[in-house]
Design a protein around this ligand. Structure first.
Ligand code: FAD
Length: 510
């Protein structure tokens, strides 16, 4: 970190927020604030209110803290560039003075990715929100990174197309955030994850212009022009550069859709049916299997595992897919057909989170993925690991994304502080549950994340369960592309020896 970072602007971590790192920058050097004000005018904001708002994203533990008036980590200012050139100018100014820059889209990340642990500038992309082009010949759309999901989808529908990417957060998340976190939508079985849709993009880098401060990966259907370095930016969580434009593959808006509800005696037999369907090429847009706890919670049925399927396409395709599913899921019972409509209506409702937090509970979700041979054992191992933590009250799961080789498991857990209801006790329960779940996932052969990413909450797990060589590779890329380490410092890829730039989390050792 540069000399500016070591100056008198530092404040103690607690006054800047619960996870603020040592070295946190509370105020910008004058040349940076003056320069940004001149560049962006009203789109440079440094009011206390705006800075406190940008101290958190949707990381659920920050909502617990907010219930007691505490925040994660307060930035010094917010910059809202309105063009790719302005993004480059913000990066250039901050680089010259060693000021941290944390890119944010909708701040809907659930792992603390957009929390500015070292303070500095939050670079918000939401003014970059246009659909630039629909190429009907090549079936792709070029967009700016700060466009929100529902707006993009509505714009594409006007042209007769769909992106087919429907994360539960579609109204509060952006294309840039999707790419930077490797998002998965609810209809990923048909349309794929965001990384399957990205054909090309531009990235602004925190390097001097003369060394090359932009990487442009042109949109192409496939390439063998050397290693696929573009993929290094998928899941890069704002640590390598700022995505300023992206071209995404689109599909024809579906003619029709229909659904099907089934029940299985238990979760494991439902998983087996999902596997057989995926391997037979029967992939309805949504195929979701709930364990008995979640079946009871969502649909009011007991002692069974419910499966909800939604097929999209021509009416013939839809009818054929649902018929094939019924055949493959031999032995399954017909579920209540109203469950499909219920899921469609309530699928983006997360009000239960706030209600639980108001009741003093700690709640979060954890998504992992494993090969089919390990899916059932991963389910059992993670559930048990969480339930063994003192204070744990509930751990349940559903499977929401299936592949021919394996599937995603999405857990929800609830608990209370191990020794009372103060924030420190809640933090201890929360960190222990996460640590146990990550250890169990790794031991069971699963990846530690399927689509939420690393952020702060998985940083320890990432550093523990990825190989040294993989982390060295990421750090080497970061050193080259962000030599001053100003981009989202304290997250994945930060220099290991910079102890003072690590977030003040977890509160207990893993
Ligand atoms: C209620 C709820 C439901 C959710 N459901 C889903 C779901 O179904 N599927 C799913 O995948 N996720 C889901 N999420 C998680 C979240 O929406 C995704 O991780 C999403 O991709 C984040 O996008 P964002 O625009 O909000 O990014 P932010 O939270 O603002 O940023 C996330 C990370 O991306 C980086 N970033 C953002 N924009 C750029 C850019 N232009 N260039 C470089 N880096 C950038 C940031 O620096 C940060 O590290 C959900 C979250 C919530 C709160």
């Amino acid at each position: 970190m540069s000399t500016a970072m070591q100056g008198s602007n530092r404040v103690s971590p607690r006054s800047a927020g619960r996870v603020a790192a040592r070295g946190h920058l509370a105020a910008l050097p004058d040349p940076v604030s003056d320069g940004l004000r001149q560049l962006l005018r009203d789109d440079f904001v440094a009011s206390d209110e705006a800075c406190r708002q940008h101290a958190n994203d949707w990381w659920p533990i920050t909502k617990v803290w907010a219930s007691e008036g505490e925040v994660a980590s307060i930035p010094a200012a917010i910059a809202r560039p309105g063009s790719a050139d302005e993004v480059r100018s913000v990066l250039d100014l901050c680089r010259q003075h060693g000021v941290p820059v944390v890119t944010s889209g909708g701040r809907s990340g659930v792992c603390g990715q957009a929390v500015p642990v070292l303070g500095g500038v939050v670079l918000e992309t939401t003014r970059l929100n246009r659909l630039l082009e629909v190429d009907e010949t090549s079936m792709c759309a070029t967009v700016e990174p700060g466009i929100f999901g529902h707006k993009l989808e509505a714009d594409l529908r006007r042209h007769g197309y769909t992106l087919g990417h429907y994360p539960q957060s579609i109204e509060i998340s952006t294309v840039g955030g999707w790419i930077a976190c490797r998002s998965a939508g609810q209809l990923s079985n048909k349309y794929g994850k965001i990384e399957d849709m990205v054909l090309g993009f531009d990235v602004a880098l925190a390097r001097p212009e003369e060394q090359g401060d932009v990487i442009s990966f042109p949109a192409i259907p496939a390439t063998a022009a050397g290693p696929d370095l573009r993929r290094a930016f998928l899941g890069s969580e704002g640590v390598l550069g700022v995505i300023t434009q992206a071209t995404l593959a689109i599909s024809h808006a579906p003619e029709s859709s229909d659904g099907l509800a089934l029940t299985f005696n238990n979760f494991e037999s439902g998983l087996d049916a999902m596997r057989r369907a995926s391997q037979a090429g029967v992939s309805p847009a949504a195929m979701r299997l709930y364990d008995p706890d979640e079946t009871a919670r969502h649909f009011g049925a007991s002692d069974c595992a419910a499966m909800i399927c939604v097929a999209e396409g021509s009416s013939d395709e839809v009818a054929a897919q649902l018929k094939d599913l019924r055949r493959i899921a031999l032995g399954a019972e017909q579920g209540d057909p109203r469950w499909v409509a219920h899921w469609l209506e309530t699928r983006n409702d997360v009000s239960a989170l706030d209600i639980a937090i108001e009741r003093g509970l700690v709640v979060d979700t954890i998504e992992v993925a494993a090969l089919w041979r390990d899916v059932a054992s991963t389910y059992g191992a993670i559930r048990q690991a969480i339930l063994e933590i003192p204070g744990a009250m509930m751990a349940s799961a559903h499977s929401s994304h299936a592949y021919s080789s394996g599937a995603c498991l999405y857990f929800t857990f609830v608990g209370v502080g191990d020794a009372g209801s103060d924030l420190d006790a809640k933090d201890r329960f929360y960190a222990s549950a996460w640590s146990a779940a990550m250890e169990a996932a790794h031991a069971a052969g699963a990846t530690i994340s399927h689509h939420h990413g690393i952020g702060i909450v998985r940083l320890n797990a990432f550093n523990t369960y990825t190989s040294q060589a993989e982390r060295d590779m990421l750090r080497a890329l970061k050193r080259e592309l962000d030599p001053m380490n100003i981009l989202n410092p304290g997250k994945i890829g930060s220099p290991e020896d910079e102890e003072r730039s690590s977030p003040n989390w977890p509160p207990i050792s893993d």
